[in-house]
Design a protein around this ligand. Structure first.
Ligand SMILES: *[C@@H]1O[C@H](CO)[C@@H](O)[C@H](O)[C@H]1NC(C)=O
Ligand SMILES: *[C@@H]1O[C@H](CO)[C@@H](O)[C@H](O)[C@H]1NC(C)=O
Length: 235
């Protein structure tokens, strides 16, 4: 019988075995001392470059900061001012105000009472009218409230008085917040004299508060344009 498993031919060469004593994936050829020098030079170069960039960056940022702080640098301070102004403008745009023109139709009322305002010719923002004589606050805040009431006739008995009245709401009783007086002198009955009672004050107002101008005798008031006015603006 012929043994087919045996042959006289030499066995095929065994592929070279990997030497397991050394790691396979990290071949670590011993670097020769001649290869080390360029690498060290490169690393030193990188470190020096990094150092130079850091120092340069620091100097740049430092001088930039000093320039911004310095008042002798017009471009940056003007830019800051412009930004500040635009912010301020935007803020004031939404603040409440009212500037009232007196209505002359009340001139013949020979009684005490509240001045009526010409709602068609008055300036108003974020403030409501209430029956022509009251202003209703819509935004709580500090307001500068003022009035100027000019009298064209004197009163023999009472001093010429104007009062700014406040009520917490339309159903509550009003109270005096400011009052001003003026006098026509020793001849109260004379029709040629004029005097103006002016008042203004900062008042804390809450939403819903109402303000009006009261005077002792509405027929004594001058209804000349600009002589009698009432207004307020939010601070
Ligand atoms: C108001 O003034 C007018 C004009 O001086 C006068 O006739 C009238 O009696 C006064 N009314 C009051 C309530 O004092
Ligand atoms: C405001 O104007 C309207 C229309 O022109 C008018 O009907 C109204 O009476 C005016 N109101 C006042 C207070 O003058």
């Amino acid at each position: 019988m012929i043994n087919t498993y045996q042959t006289s031919l030499a066995p095929p060469p065994v592929p070279p075995r990997l030497n397991r004593s050394h790691p396979v994936l990290i071949p670590a050829p011993l670097p020769s001392p001649g290869h080390n020098k360029p690498l060290i030079r490169f690393l030193v170069g990188v470190v020096v470059l990094h150092l130079l960039l850091s120092v340069g960056g620091f100097i740049y940022l430092y001088t930039e900061k000093m320039e911004k702080q310095s008042p002798q640098n017009p471009p940056s301070t003007e830019g800051g001012k412009a930004a500040f102004h635009s912010a301020e403008k935007q803020e004031t745009f939404y603040k409440a105000l009212a500037g009232m023109v007196v209505l002359s139709e009340t001139a013949d009322k020979a009684t005490s009472g509240y001045l009526q305002w010409d709602t068609n010719h008055s300036v108003r923002r974020n403030i409501n009218y209430f029956y022509g004589s009251w202003l209703t606050v819509l935004q709580s805040g500090d307001y500068y409230v003022y009035s100027r009431v000019t009298f064209s006739k004197g009163d023999a008995v009472n001093p010429l008085t104007s009062r700014i009245m406040l009520r917490k709401s339309k159903t509550e009783k009003e109270k005096i917040v400011m009052q001003a007086y003026c006098s026509l002198g020793s001849h109260p009955g004379k029709s040629s004299g004029l005097c103006t009672a002016t008042q203004g004050e900062v008042i804390r107002l809450e939403k819903g508060n109402q303000l009006g101008v009261w005077t002792e005798n509405l027929s004594l008031v001058s209804y000349t344009e600009g002589a009698t006015t009432f207004g307020m603006y939010q601070l």
